[in-house]
Design a protein around this ligand. Structure first.
Ligand code: SF4
Length: 361
């Protein structure tokens, strides 16, 4: 696990061993405060922990204070091109600003942002992307390459450090997954600033989910990354469950029990999708189960691999001819007809949760 320094973003610590936080970004007009607050509410309900808003103009910057005062998660202002908007956002009380130093209008303007952020004790996310690379580096490295992005990031960090500013979170976005991974790996070995992960412009639906999972997931498995955003075209609320699943699959955070289910084949003896539905129904909204995490529930279709996997899990189901076998912590609890499976599973899972709770009290 890479050791990064801790940077405080409002109430959320990013880096320094804190849980990898989940971010998203609204796509309502920031000036439409009502719609923006509604969308933030839906994001929070889904599990978003830090929210970012685009601030394209003065009117949007003037909306920030009211939005900030109406929400309970840290607010990040996303600024491009106009350094005055960054100053306005800082003055409005946002918890972080995100800028691309390559498009903010030169070093003097960047310096003014740094000075104000230092006065306000507010962190800055430096977002380095293709647009940040100076012409001379593009020429030297033959375009937008991993090396050009890394050198741009190192130069930018140097500038911030010269101005005695280190409340920095860094993101490095390349156009493809492999370059993004290379860039983060390189920078992670050279600096200790927390890293914000994301695959920019990943796309819509399945394509975006696969790209994000591949890029973000492989970095997380290398111990790289302190906060993340899954960028998907469409409703940002859809990004949150994907981010949660990535973190849970990487073994970094638990948002619900791990459900293991076989893909089924000609040997399958029970209605496996219906069995998974039963398990999901038992879990949904159950606070006792959520407080007993981590919890592994295996749902297997037949006696070939079923009992083995089911025994390894905290609770397991294995299909048989006309019945299902329910396991708890490696032991067979009951052999039941499918019609009784839901009740037996509910009882078995709740029994285990109670046992776990008693063990910890
Ligand atoms: S557990 Fe059984 S039903 Fe499921 S995929 Fe394996 S062999 Fe097929």
């Amino acid at each position: 696990m890479r050791h990064s320094m801790a940077v405080q973003v409002g109430t959320v610590t990013v880096g320094g061993g804190a849980p990898v936080s989940i971010q998203s970004m609204t796509n309502t007009a920031t000036t439409d405060i009502k719609s923006t607050l509604q969308q933030i509410g839906r994001l929070v309900e889904a599990g978003c922990e830090i929210v970012r808003l685009a601030v394209p103009d003065e009117k949007a910057a003037k909306s920030l204070a009211m939005i900030k005062n109406s929400i309970n998660i840290p607010l990040v202002a996303d600024i491009h091109f106009d350094y005055r908007l960054a100053i306005m956002a800082l003055d409005a009380g946002v918890d972080k600003i995100r800028i691309n130093p390559g498009n903010i209008g030169g070093e003097e303007k960047l310096k003014q942002i740094i000075v104000r952020a230092r006065e306000k004790n507010i962190p800055i996310r430096i977002g380095v992307n293709a647009g940040s690379i100076p012409g001379e580096l593009r020429k030297r490295y033959g375009g937008v390459t991993a090396d050009a992005l890394v050198e741009t990031a190192m130069r930018t960090l140097d500038y911030f450090e010269q101005h005695k500013f280190d409340k920095i979170i860094l993101s490095l976005k390349a156009a493809d997954v492999l370059t993004t991974i290379q860039v983060y790996q390189n920078v992670a070995s050279r600096v200790s600033y927390p890293l914000h992960l994301g695959i920019t412009e990943a796309g819509r639906g399945l394509k975006g989910i696969v790209k994000s999972t591949l890029g973000i997931g492989s970095l997380l498995l290398q111990g790289i990354g302190d906060t993340l955003r899954v960028s998907l075209t469409g409703d940002p609320v859809e990004e949150i469950p994907v981010a949660r699943e990535i973190l849970q699959a990487a073994g970094l955070r638990y948002f619900g029990p791990e459900i293991i289910s076989c893909p089924t084949c000609a040997r399958c003896e029970i209605d496996l999708p219906a069995t998974v539905d039963i398990v999901e129904e038992i879990i949904r909204g159950n606070k006792e189960i959520m407080s007993a995490l981590p919890l592994k529930i295996a749902v297997m279709g037949c006696p070939v691999n079923g009992p083995g996997e089911a025994r390894e899990a905290d609770v397991g189901v294995s299909g048989g001819k006309g019945f299902a076998i329910v396991f708890r912590e490696g032991k067979v609890i009951k052999k039941v007809p499918f019609s009784e499976l839901a009740g037996t599973l509910q009882e078995t899972i709740m029994h285990l949760c109670m046992r776990k709770r008693n063990d910890t009290t």
